[in-house]
Each structure stands twice: as C-alpha cells, then as structure tokens.
Design a protein around this ligand. Structure first.
Ligand SMILES: Cc1cc2nc3c(=O)[nH]c(=O)nc-3n(C[C@H](O)[C@H](O)[C@H](O)COP(=O)(O)O)c2cc1C
Length: 147
C-alpha cells in the first residue's frame, strides 16, 4: 500500500516519531513517503492509499505553526473515500488541559471533511525517545495489520 506521512515539527520530536512509524510500515511491505507539512497541500493528503498526519501541540492547545494553514485548507477539502491516521504529540508540563490536543483537532478536521480514520490516534506524551521501540512500534504494527 502507498502511504504518505505528512508531518509538522519545530523541535524534531514529531519527525523522529514519523520516521519510526515509516520504518515499521516499510518492514511490513508498504511504500512510505515522508513529507513536511509546509511543503504539502491537501491534494497530497488525498493522493496516497493512506495518509498519516503527524503534528505536535503548541501554544495552549493549538497546532504546530506550519500545520495551521494546512489544517484550514484540509477542513475545506473533500476527503470522502480516503483513509487517514493521526499522530499527536504533547507534554502536560506546558498545558495539562490541552494535552496532545493536536490529535483531537486533526481528527475532527478529517471527520468533518468526510475522511475515514482507520484507527485511534497515536498520542505521544513527552519525548518520543522512550517510546520508539514500544508504543510507537506497536501502533505502527497494529496499523499495518488493518491495511
Ligand atoms: C511553547 C510550547 C507550547 C506547548 N504547548 C503544548 C500544549 O498546549 N499541549 C501539549 O500537550 N503540549 C504542548 N507543548 C509540548 C510539545 O507539543 C512537545 O514538546 C512536542 O514533542 C514538540 O514536538 P516537535 O519537537 O516535533 O516540535 C508545548 C511546547 C512548547 C515549546
């Protein structure tokens, strides 16, 4: 299956998580491309068999800055018949109330535009490093089995 991972990152954590997910999916026989959100359009998000959107939370429950215009355009797009999965990152030390809110915001946008979420979002709290071989790997393996 052809999978596109569109990710936004400021500090590199989301890129690290997205690369690990890509590695696992490739080992399971999928073709995976990674693209930064600032170089992506909503048309890209409808081009693959599955599109994974990966975004951290910033500024009291808002999306990473490059994801903001992409998200606005995504809400206007027609995602019917297309499959999606979401990766959200966050850290409760910045805002416990809006912890990993990015995942919720993006899932709402996908559902609102008619897209299908194939599995619950991968939510990563604090640094992804301790989770690379555990939570992140398991989520990607589980996703792969659904495809
Ligand atoms: C200024 C700032 C604000 C943040 N606000 C939130 C927030 O509201 N909710 C949350 O869960 N995480 C928040 N975070 C944590 C980031 O989402 C987390 O560090 C994430 O791993 C960063 O991903 P990146 O390295 O890919 O940019 C904030 C981080 C910073 C630096």
């Amino acid at each position: 299956m052809k999978i596109l991972i569109i990710y936004g990152t400021t500090g590199g954590n989301t890129e690290m998580a997205a690369e690990q997910v890509a590695d696992v999916l490739r080992k399971n026989g999928h073709t995976v491309e990674l693209k930064r959100v600032e170089k992506s359009t909503p048309q890209d998000a409808t081009s693959a068999d599955l599109c994974i959107l990966a975004c951290p939370t910033y500024g009291h429950g808002v999306l990473q800055e490059h994801f903001v215009p992409f998200h606005a355009a995504l809400k206007q797009a027609d995602l019917k018949g297309k499959k999606y999965a979401v990766i959200g990152l966050g850290d409760p030390k910045y805002d416990a109330q809006y912890h990993v809110e990015s995942a919720t915001i993006i899932e709402e946008a996908i559902k609102g535009a008619g897209g299908e979420l194939v599995c619950p979002a991968l939510k990563i709290s604090r640094s992804p490093v301790p989770f690379l071989d555990t939570l992140i790997q398991k989520w990607a393996e589980g996703l792969s089995k659904l495809l």
